[in-house]
Design a protein around this ligand. Structure first.
Ligand code: PRT
Ligand code: MG
Length: 211
């Protein structure tokens, strides 16, 4: 038996068709079901439903053998104990620096001002600004990052952008790309060795489905 950790929402919506193409069909709709463990059309494969940020943790400790997680979440987790063999090319977006319309980001950076940056992505943001030599004070938030520049909590945010509608609705503009993001398949390293006979065909089928 293998378990695949998935999160509800975007990742799930885009993953179910991919799993189906790989011959794995959920026995009930995880979006509407209250069940957190969901059987599939394959008796040796089940789905477990966790928060997006918890997916790498479940797979790292082997509580799930496989998982599907955004590159943003994986970068923050660090990837310890995980193989990341396949970019699924879904739930694509960009991690961006954004500021209030009218805030002169280039000028602030040029002057070496100490920027206050609010984000859920502390690790990634720290590395990004360190590589640019920009001094930042990072403020950890868990959601609604867009509010931070509007309320004076921060000068800038680092957040995910897909359509850009959320930034626009809040009078913010993206000024810099931090990373391009997509969801990846992750596999527990020990499970990949011990359960290779079950996992390898799933990996192969998903690889074909992505193409
Ligand atoms: O919602 P919850 O707190 O449970 O967890 P989560 O937000 O981590 O999960 P979910 O399902 O919202 O996102 C899961 C994954 O989808 C993320 O880890 C990303 O890899 C990926 N993804 C792709 C996105 C987006 N696009 C996205 N646009 N995740 C979030 N957003 C948010 C963004 O943070 C911003 O608030 O959508 C808003 C911007 O969208 P646009 O279209 O207005 O630009
Ligand atoms: Mg969300």
């Amino acid at each position: 038996m293998i378990s695949i950790a998935l999160s509800k929402g975007r990742i799930l919506d885009e993953t179910l068709p991919l799993l189906k193409a790989a011959g794995i069909v959920a026995s009930e709709n995880p979006d509407t079901s209250r069940k957190l463990i969901i059987a599939t059309s394959r008796r040796d494969v089940r789905l477990i439903i966790v928060r997006a940020t918890d997916v790498p943790t479940y797979v790292q400790y082997g509580a799930a053998d496989l998982g599907i997680a955004g590159g943003d979440v994986l970068a923050e987790h660090g990837g310890s104990g995980l193989y990341q063999p396949l970019d699924l090319k879904l739930a694509r977006c960009r991690l961006m620096v954004a500021v209030r319309r009218g805030f002169d980001y280039e000028q602030a950076v040029r002057q070496g001002a100490r920027l206050r940056v609010a984000t859920k992505y502390l690790q990634t943001a720290r590395e990004h600004f360190a590589a640019k030599g920009v001094h930042v004070d990072l403020i950890k938030l868990y959601g609604s990052m867009e509010l931070a520049p509007l309320t004076g909590l921060a000068d800038a945010i680092v957040d995910l952008v897909s359509t850009g509608n959320t930034l626009q609705a809040n009078d913010l503009i993206a000024v810099e790309e931090v990373a391009q993001i997509s969801a990846r398949l992750i596999i527990n390293q020990a499970a990949f060795k011990l359960k290779r006979a079950v996992i390898q065909p799933v990996l192969d089928a998903l690889t074909r489905a992505v193409k």
